[in-house]
Design a protein around this ligand. Structure first.
Ligand SMILES: [Cu+2]
Length: 257
């Protein structure tokens, strides 16, 4: 009788206790798939429309990083949530918890997966960087950009023209290089739609990678460095226009084509 009881007591935990690792694993997998399935159609809705190849590759990188981050985030959230709900002890514990046993498989797996993820991202980033450097087109339209509290001005040295209304006008399908500086404090020159961004430093000229706007339309250049009281008002219109419109605009700004 007593032996029987002992036997049951010994066996029952394995019978009634569900396989937590498997259950949590299934929840993690389902939530990861749902998260990725939601992110892929929803993310492009909040990302700006790409108006250059550089920007489109930025958007793709954001999608890829999100798709990779969802399972990692879900791993943390599911692990935390599952433990909090399933292993919750209502009474104040009177004993110390059982010490954790080393589990080399888990440790190697954890290091291996995170290491492989990081390595993949490093290689992906370097390849993207290399492609950008190789694909850099020559003979760009140069735009000298000056930031000051709290506006941007644009000068086109090849055309002898300066934008009168602080509007940045760009010809479509022509490579552009921005040479950026500042008159006073640090500013940040950024056109999200073109995928360009560089610091504007007083006394220095920084250049963006050469970018080719490939879509006619109106975009914005903003300051992305907190530069004083009216920092948030420091933005200008960017118009990507046809070659003929660009030429007549240059003439209207006092330049020559
Ligand atoms: Cu600024």
């Amino acid at each position: 009788m007593s032996i029987n009881n002992n036997d049951e007591a010994g066996v029952s935990p394995t019978r009634t206790e569900p396989n937590h690792l498997r259950r949590a694993g299934i929840i993690w997998f389902v939530l990861s798939v749902i998260g990725i399935a939601l992110a892929i159609p929803l993310l492009p809705l909040i990302l700006p429309v790409g108006a250059s190849a550089l920007e489109s590759s930025d958007n793709f990188s954001i999608l890829l990083l999100t798709a990779l981050a969802v399972p990692v985030a879900m791993f943390v959230f599911v692990g935390l949530g599952y433990s909090m709900i399933v292993f919750r002890v209502k009474e104040r514990p009177v004993e110390d918890a059982v010490p954790l046993k080393p589990r080399p498989g888990l440790q190697i797996g954890w290091m291996g997966i995170t290491g492989a993820l990081c390595l993949f991202l490093v290689i992906y980033g370097l390849l993207a960087f290399y492609q950008e450097a190789v694909a850099s087109p020559s003979d760009p339209v140069v735009v000298q950009v000056t930031g000051q509290q709290w506006l941007w001005t644009f000068h086109y040295p090849q055309y002898g023209a300066s934008s009168k209304g602080q509007v940045l006008e760009l010809p479509v399908n022509r490579p552009v290089e921005f040479q950026v500086t500042s008159k006073d404090v640090l500013h940040g020159f950024a056109i999200r739609a073109l995928g360009v961004r560089v610091d504007a430093n007083p006394g220095q000229i920084t250049t963006t990678p050469i970018v080719t706007p490939n879509r006619i339309g109106s975009y914005t250049v903003v300051c992305v460095e907190l530069c004083g009281l009216y920092h948030s008002y420091m933005w200008s219109a960017v118009n990507v226009v046809s070659a003929s419109s660009f030429n007549s605009w240059i003439v209207s700004q006092g330049g020559h084509t």
